[in-house]
Design a protein around this ligand. Structure first.
Ligand SMILES: C[S@@+](CC[C@H](N)C(=O)[O-])C[C@H]1O[C@@H](n2cnc3c(N)ncnc32)[C@H](O)[C@@H]1O
Length: 267
């Protein structure tokens, strides 16, 4: 099963709606908000900064950037028209925000027009992500900054012990929904090879224990994937989902994803 995020426009409307909801739900999560703001605080935005949000989705980060100190304007770019439609609707009244359809590997902009390019949870979904880093270098002005925030998704876990059956759901989900689960491990060298100077590389943790949040959706979607691929029966998928809920009720649920953030500048 291919990574759904690489081709959102080809999915049926109901699935596109569901993915848009996933993004807004994740955007509203306090831990995710704190990580995002922490990353933004490490970016040296020049006064009057022109900013690009690459892979903006429904515009969660674009809307934060619009009010960030020193930011004059933000463009959100994404290849999925349905997500851009949601992004535009949510940003009505924002005077300094616009959205444009485009691919991060061939951006519809001239050379050296942005001061900062930010990308959140997108690079891991882009086949040949190196090409997007080359494009970032091209559209940034000399002195401009690239900021990448993404999951180190190979670390995603809900396991309480070795051979925990719930972990197979998480592994199936990540294998089928993230094109490059280890891009953040290579990003420092990729950015350097493209000509960037890395200013910082930081680790962030996302943990969920007691609430029906994002990690429960990961277990559920993973169980559905294993079932649709014929690895487990519908009854087993239902039992795995129930096991996750049983742990929540008992206060024993644990989920964790390591995220990482890189800030680099174009000399
Ligand atoms: C997990 S979503 C993250 C969206 C948003 N940045 C956020 O954090 O809410 C991944 C996004 O990458 C976009 N995407 C997929 N392939 C892309 C590409 N080649 N260039 C730019 N964006 C891409 C998808 O359409 C989707 O909006």
């Amino acid at each position: 099963m291919p990574d759904v995020w690489t081709s959102v426009r080809d999915l049926d409307q109901a699935t596109q709606e569901r993915l848009a909801d996933v993004l807004e739900k994740r955007g509203a999560d306090p831990q995710q908000q704190a990580m995002r703001r922490d990353l933004l605080r490490g970016i040296p935005f020049p006064r009057g900064a022109q900013v690009l949000d690459m892979g903006c989705g429904t515009g969660v980060l674009t809307r934060v950037l619009a009010h960030w100190p020193n930011v004059a304007s933000v463009v959100g770019v994404d290849p999925a028209p349905a997500l851009l439609e949601k992004a535009r609707a949510s940003a009505v009244g924002f005077q300094n925000v616009s959205f444009q359809e485009g691919d991060g590997r061939s951006l519809p902009f001239k050379d050296a027009v942005f001061d900062v390019l930010v990308t959140d949870s997108t690079l891991s979904h882009v086949p040949q992500p190196e090409r997007a880093v080359v494009e970032a270098f091209r559209v940034l002005r000399p002195g401009g900054c690239l900021a990448v925030f993404d999951g180190d998704y190979a670390t995603t876990t809900v396991a309480l012990a070795d051979h925990d059956p719930l972990q197979s759901c998480v592994d199936a989900m990540m294998a089928n929904s993230v094109t490059d689960r280890r891009i953040m491990r290579r990003l420092t060298s990729v950015a350097t090879a493209c000509g960037f100077e890395v200013l910082s590389f930081r680790s962030f943790g996302f943990a969920e224990t007691g609430n029906e949040g994002y990690m429960l959706t990961v277990v559920d979607r993973g169980a559905d994937i294993l079932c649709s691929q014929g690895h487990i029966s519908e009854a087993t998928a239902a039992a795995l989902k129930e096991e996750a809920r049983r742990r929540l009720r008992a206060g024993r649920f644990f989920g964790h994803i390591a995220y990482a953030g890189l800030v680099a500048h174009r000399p």
